[in-house]
Each structure stands twice: as C-alpha cells, then as structure tokens.
Design a binder for this molecule. Structure first.
Ligand SMILES: [Zn+2]
Length: 137
C-alpha cells in the first residue's frame, strides 16, 4: 500500500534541498509516495535538521564507498606496475647491446613514473576519505 510522502507532501521535491541531488525528496526517492512500511520507519517528528543529516550521511556513505572502490582499483594498478618492474629487472640482468640497455632505461622510467602517479592518486584518495570522515564527527 502506498501513502503520500509527508515530508514533501506528495510532490517528491524539496526546494530547500535543491543543492543536493536536485532537491529530490529522500524518504520517497522523489516519487511522492512511500510504502506504508517506510512510513512507519520515518518518524513523523523528524526535524529538518535530522532529515538534513540523514541525507548528508547517505551521500557521504555513497561517496566513501565510491572512493574505497577507486582506491582498491588504484592499488591493483600499482601492484601490476610493481610486477612489471620486477619482470623487467629480472629479464635484463645482462644487456646484449646499447640499444637493449636504452630500451630498458626507457621502459623502467615509464614504469617508475606510473608508480609515482598511482601512489600520488592513492594519497589523494586517502586525503578525501579522511576529510569526509572528519566532517562526519
Ligand atoms: Zn517525499
């Protein structure tokens, strides 16, 4: 059974939260209606402040989840670069010609640059995660 959302009076829109997800009403996800089950969960005494905090919390959690998966991906890439560097170094203990040596230097420089880039990205992600967590408290 569906009942009109009492937060947005069935409009699905909250102009005061226009800056968050275009003002989409959070309890009814912008539909204007909520299932009677949800209606029981959201207290009628829900203040503007509580409501706002709930939205922000949900947003931040989504942001954190996104950052964590990005971090995981970047760690994978970094790991891959480490593998490539190891392989390159163990394959080139001796150089047959100057060209081979030059090629080795170019390849390892490129990999070192990638390594630094990924390490920088991981630091930046870590900083963002910490900033979000600080704002939580
Ligand atoms: Zn609503």
């Amino acid at each position: 059974m569906q009942t009109p959302c009492r937060k947005c009076s069935g409009t699905g829109y909250l102009p005061q939260y226009n800056h968050i997800d275009g003002g989409k009403c959070f309890p009814c996800s912008g539909t204007g209606y909520i299932s009677s089950q949800s209606a029981e969960i959201i207290p009628s005494s829900y203040s503007e402040d509580q409501f706002h905090k709930t939205i922000i919390m949900k947003e931040k959690q989504e942001e954190l989840a996104l950052l964590r998966s990005l971090m995981k991906e970047t760690f994978k890439k970094l790991d891959d670069v480490f593998h490539q560097l190891n392989t390159l170094q163990s394959n080139h203990s001796e150089f047959g010609s100057t060209n081979e040596y030059t090629e080795y230097i170019i390849k390892s420089k490129a990999l070192e640059n990638k390594k630094r880039e990924y390490q920088k990205q991981i630091n930046e992600i870590q900083n963002q995660v910490e900033a979000i967590q600080r704002n939580f408290d």
